[in-house]
Design a protein around this ligand. Structure first.
Ligand SMILES: [Mn+2]
Length: 276
């Protein structure tokens, strides 16, 4: 999935129901919302596009999750009217919630899947309570891609996925590669091992060139970069910030906005990436 390089891209990390922060970050980047919660296209922002890097649901309050899904849905329709301006990437939370709400036969109900549903995938219960919201989510889910790639001339490119993954899976379309781009080895199942040991390829395969891989998923205290690998999930729902990477021609810059405490923040212990 190639992104046209004649536009600028605002790539936003894991939102997890942080709708107030999403609106603030977009406003900082020149997209103000009107009274109907629609993002306004102006002469100043008409060449900008928005990419959500996956995991826009779960972890937040029901109220904020509902607002988030409705906001993304209405703006997805609105912004993509005359040209594609709003892109969605699939995260492991979208993928898992989809499996629960569609009664995926490969998701066998066990005490663990029931526990996980309550503990990690709280959007499932909300969507089961609200059929209309479920419809919006299912439509958005269909629109999610697993990866996008921006190419500017020969020397510069940026591949976008939700999770970090090994180079050999990046921007491939077979089922295994897709899974790897959506989710990597679980940190919660490996609590006593450092992220750099758990995901050695993130630094071992990193190169000093301008072919970047930007991903989220690994909730970090700040934007983490090592050579051409960049993680922009800065733990908004855990009370830190919501961040974006801005791609313009052959340049990447960053912006962030703090958690606004309009809902309860989550708790986590950080496991730092590129901590050497
Ligand atoms: Mn994730």
């Amino acid at each position: 999935m190639i992104l046209p390089s004649n536009y600028e891209y605002i790539v936003i990390g894991d939102v997890h129901g942080c709708i107030d922060e999403l609106k603030s970050l977009l406003a900082k980047q020149g997209f103000k919302t009107n009274h109907e919660n629609l993002l306004q296209i102006t002469p100043q922002n008409k060449n900008k596009s928005i990419v959500l890097l996956g995991d826009f649901i779960d972890k937040a309050s029901d109220e904020k999750l509902k607002e988030t899904i409705e906001f993304i849905y209405s703006n997805y329709k609105h912004l993509n009217q005359e040209r594609k301006r709003f892109y969605l990437i699939r995260g492991n939370h979208e993928a898992m919630v989809y499996r629960y709400i569609t009664n995926d036969p490969t998701l066998i109900t066990t005490p663990k899947t029931i526990r996980d549903k309550e503990k990690y995938y709280n959007t499932v219960a909300l969507l089961e309570k609200e059929p209309n919201l479920k419809k919006l989510f299912l439509e958005l889910y269909k629109e999610c891609s697993v990866w996008y790639k921006y190419i500017y001339q020969e020397h510069f490119s940026v591949t976008l996925t939700h999770a970090p993954c090994q180079e050999k899976y990046l921007a491939k379309d077979d089922i295994t590669s897709q899974k790897k781009m959506i989710k990597c080895v679980s940190r919660s199942k490996n609590p006593n091992i450092s992220l750099d040991e758990l995901l050695p390829y993130t630094h071992q395969e990193a190169k000093d060139n301008q072919h970047y891989h930007i991903f989220g998923h690994l909730s970090q205290p700040n934007i983490r970069q090592y050579k051409n690998r960049i993680c922009i999930d800065t733990s908004a729902i855990y009370g830190d910030t919501l961040s974006c990477a801005i791609i313009k021609e052959d340049n990447i810059s960053f912006d962030s906005t703090p958690f606004e405490f309009k809902q309860k923040k989550g708790e986590q212990t950080y496991n730092l990436l590129f901590d050497f």
